[in-house]
Design a protein. Structure first.
Length: 255
């Protein structure tokens, strides 16, 4: 069932005026507890050449009154229905951490639509979908969950210093972790688009072997790019990663 244009727009943030006319779209999916604004620097780096859409999950910031979605399949279904109006041109997806798994599930759904074209999946800071394991952080009590988020160093220091703000974000953070940690892929799925996996050399959450395992899901080409840093290596290497994405997409459309 298709969603209305207004409801669809709730899911996406376009930070650059006139970018909607670009020949290719880049849908950016944030990490657990993250928001669309995490990809604001991406949007500014590409300007109007690429239509960068940051995804805003329910249950946070301006969507805080909406219920969180704590199951990956349901989250992917809802995001896919919202994305349908934006599939009128080639689309690539960039997901970080939980967002990489969601991106994978979105590509599966988009590739089933005959008149839609996915040109690339960039999977950042996440083990391959067929790999399971890790801590069940969504079961942690509030204090331990906050400590986990703080330790990963992916949240703005101004937010971390505001205890009330952080605690108000806990329902969304917990729901996201639950969606990511309870996800299971029980079949051998190979996407028809190329996959680039990006990994931090010292990421405590993802080993290089787990990142390299994205290869088994790529029927149209695979590469692994490793950067110095931990789970949020993206922040320290944003320019290099934007350049990488730009190079890969430049061959897919007249950017």
């Amino acid at each position: 069932m298709a969603v209305s244009a207004d409801k669809s727009a709730l899911w996406f943030r376009r930070f650059v005026p006139n970018a909607e006319e670009a020949p290719i779209r880049l849908v950016c999916l944030p990490h657990a507890g993250g928001s669309a604004a995490y990809f604001l620097p991406f949007a500014h780096a590409f300007g109007a050449r690429v239509d960068v859409l940051g995804v805003q999950y329910p249950g946070r910031q301006d969507r805080r009154r909406e219920p969180c979605i704590d199951e990956m399949g349901a989250l992917a279904d809802a995001a896919f229905e919202a994305l349908r109006p934006y599939l009128d041109r080639p689309v690539a997806l960039f997901g970080h951490s939980m967002g990489a798994t969601l991106g994978f599930e979105l590509v599966r759904r988009i590739e089933a639509v005959a008149d839609a074209q996915v040109v690339w999946l960039f999977a950042s800071g996440r083990r391959a979908p067929a790999r399971h394991g890790g801590q069940l952080v969504h079961h942690f009590d509030d204090d331990r969950l906050l400590a986990e988020v703080t330790e990963l160093d992916g949240t703005d220091a101004r937010v971390l210093d505001d205890d009330e703000l952080m605690r108000s974000a806990l329902p969304a953070i917990r729901a996201d972790y639950k969606a990511a940690e309870t996800y299971r892929l029980m079949e051998n799925v190979r996407l028809h688009c190329p996959i680039t996996a990006l990994a931090g050399a010292s990421d405590p959450k993802v080993t290089l072997d787990e990142a390299r395992a994205w290869r088994r899901h790529a029927a149209a080409g695979f590469e692994l790019r490793v950067y110095q840093g931990g789970h949020f290596f993206l922040a320290d290497h944003r320019d290099a990663i934007v350049h990488l994405v730009d190079e890969r997409l430049s061959g897919q459309a007249q950017i």
